[in-house]
Design a protein around this ligand. Structure first.
Ligand SMILES: [Zn+2]
Length: 168
């Protein structure tokens, strides 16, 4: 596998494991996502703790977010994971900014690619065919445009919206 990351290199906190079971996320998908994230280097890390990582990766028809720590032993510990199926409007064209970006405050997360603190934003849009979601909360790098929705956004309003679309 990419970056040589194997299942044995990835562990889950009890809380994280409960969450992925409840959310129907497979542990092996988290391992695959971490391997891909570590290979491409596209992730956010905490400004005061560069071993704390948050990123996302599209695996087939869903977008998987993983928050994990790089342990001193060189292995990875998953703290949380969440997913959505809708595509981020920016997913295919990273760097295409909304016309009127709402820059709120700098977050504690730093873009690994650009080495700048990412903004906390409230205007992240997802789309499904002709459907555009209401703007959602998350993070956006002011330089490269890399966007991530927050866990509360995905598990709250977005989860409800996806259930609704599924029921159509
Ligand atoms: Zn960036």
């Amino acid at each position: 596998m990419d970056a040589g990351i194997k299942t044995a290199d990835v562990s889950f906190t009890e809380e994280a494991y409960d969450k992925i079971v409840e959310r129907g996320i497979r542990a092996e998908d988290c391992v695959e996502a971490i391997a891909m994230i570590e290979t491409c280097g596209k992730f956010l890390m905490k400004e005061n703790d560069s071993r704390a990582v948050l990123s996302r990766m599209r695996l087939g028809n869903y977008c998987l977010y993983v928050r994990y720590d790089l342990l001193p032993s060189g292995s990875y510990e998953v703290k949380s994971a969440y997913s959505h199926r809708l595509k981020l409007n920016s997913e295919d064209s990273e760097g295409a900014f909304p016309e009127n970006p709402v820059i709120d405050t700098k977050s504690i997360w730093v873009c690994n690619t650009c080495q700048v603190n990412v903004d906390r934003v409230e205007d992240i849009v997802l789309r499904y065919e002709d459907f555009y979601s209401p703007p959602g909360k998350g993070f956006r790098c002011p330089k490269c445009g890399f966007e991530l929705l927050s866990e509360s956004q995905v598990m709250g309003e977005l989860y409800a919206a996806e259930l609704m679309l599924e029921a159509k």
